[in-house]
Design a protein around this ligand. Structure first.
Ligand code: SF4
Length: 400
């Protein structure tokens, strides 16, 4: 009698099988077996003691976590903390945000930059009100459908707030995974990017299904980001104190400095602006930026962008600047300040002159709105123009 066939070993449901990661680029292939469980366990243990106490980590409120994730895009944690606290104090729920005046949203965002993020948050809050009855959606597809929410942000909210095993992949996570698993090639290139997403998925699934602390998917994704922010940093990573150093491919093969193989950023572009600030009867002339453009809805002083030699010559000549920016005005402008700031790849120099207008008819003919220092303080300006407010003879300091 033939022996009965051996039944196949049952698979543990939901647990990803360690698999070979396809090498990309021209570097040697990474070692074949990935010990996901070791990696996730080490990282979770480290996170329990090594994590920073950040205010949005003290809550599971998906709205609060959404706000923090949007604010943290391209912005450092220490900058975000006071903004997030102030926002949550003024607009603690999606309903409060949906009902807020756009000026309130602008004011609470003032100084954070990339102002469209604040506007998209409000659009999202209105979707939550109209389509989800004011309750933040739990369903991943519904989270992903919110305005301004991409794959990373949806994964962060779903995992951190709802403990769903959804992957995340931002700059910090890319760096940790590319180094630890020796993944070469441009991480923004489609094939490499999908390899990283797939790895992030396997890891968070492992964390959620292995015997691990409660809310392990939430803790694991935060641990991954935290390792990239505190230990596996872009420059001078702290490999000797890294909790996953033993299995790190980049460390073992001496390629920490090469990975991730992100292409160099394009060189910064310099731009020059000249502003002229008319002053009349203790008021200053401002105008609102048009809808649909950069910094839409924010206020600014009259200004123009100049290129080439005209930027330097006009910036240095208050009379030429006033003529160019305002047209002929009966005033004698004087230099006020030069401020510099960076936004995306632009390095901006803004030279400002103050023009005291004494003729009421001429003042009335200038396009814009006249505001007192106290009124300026209540308006929302892009950072460079807010700095100019501080340089006025009667500084207009925000009060919100
Ligand atoms: S050992 Fe170094 S390179 Fe590897 S994951 Fe840790 S900090 Fe990053």
């Amino acid at each position: 009698m033939a022996a009965a066939p051996t039944p196949p070993t049952p698979k543990r449901p939901g647990k990803p099988k360690p698999r070979r990661i396809r090498p990309t680029g021209d570097t040697p292939p990474p070692s074949p077996v990935r010990h996901y469980a070791d990696f996730t366990a080490a990282l979770l243990a480290w996170f329990q003691t090594g994590a920073r106490d950040l205010p949005w980590r003290r809550t599971r409120d998906p709205y609060a976590i959404w706000v923090s994730e949007i604010m943290l895009q391209q912005t450092q944690v220490k900058t975000v903390i006071p903004y997030w606290e102030r926002w949550m104090q003024h607009l603690p729920t999606p309903g409060a945000l949906a009902a807020a005046a756009p000026e309130t949203v602008h004011k609470l965002w003032e100084g954070l930059g990339y102002y469209s993020r604040g506007r998209r948050l409000q659009e999202g809050a209105r979707v939550i009100q109209t389509e989800h009855g004011g309750v933040f959606p739990h369903d991943f597809a519904a989270i992903l459908a919110l305005p301004g929410v991409g794959r990373y942000t949806a994964g962060a909210i779903a995992s951190i707030a709802f403990n769903q095993p959804r992957p995340i992949l931002d700059g910090n996570v890319i760096r940790v995974l590319a180094r630890h698993y020796g993944i070469a090639g441009n991480p923004r290139a489609r094939a490499v990017n999908e390899t990283l997403w797939s790895l992030a998925q396997d890891l968070v699934t492992t964390a959620a299904t292995a015997s691990a602390p409660p809310r392990a998917a939430s803790a694991f994704n935060q641990a991954l980001m935290e390792l990239g922010a505190l230990v596996c940093t872009p420059r001078q990573p702290q490999c000797p104190s890294c909790p996953v150093r033993a299995a790190c491919v980049a460390r073992r093969t001496n390629r920490v400095g090469e990975l991730p193989a992100t292409p160099p950023r394009p060189e910064a572009t310099k731009r020059w602006f000249v502003a002229v600030i008319p002053e009349w009867a203790g008021r200053y002339l401002v105008r609102r930026r048009p809808e649909g453009g950069v910094n839409a809805g924010l206020w600014e002083f009259p200004n123009l962008e100049f290129t080439g030699a005209a930027a330097t010559s006009t910036g240095a000549d208050p009379v030429a600047a006033a003529r160019a920016v305002l047209g002929p005005v009966p005033c004698a402008p004087t230099p006020l300040a030069t401020v510099r700031h960076s936004i995306t790849r632009y390095r901006i120099t803004l030279t400002a002159h103050r023009a005291v207008v004494t003729d009421a008819v001429a003042a009335a003919a200038l396009p814009g709105e006249w505001r007192t220092p106290a009124e300026l303080a209540a308006l929302s300006f892009p950072s460079a123009h807010r700095k100019l407010c501080d340089r006025l003879p009667h500084p207009a300091r925000p009060t919100v």
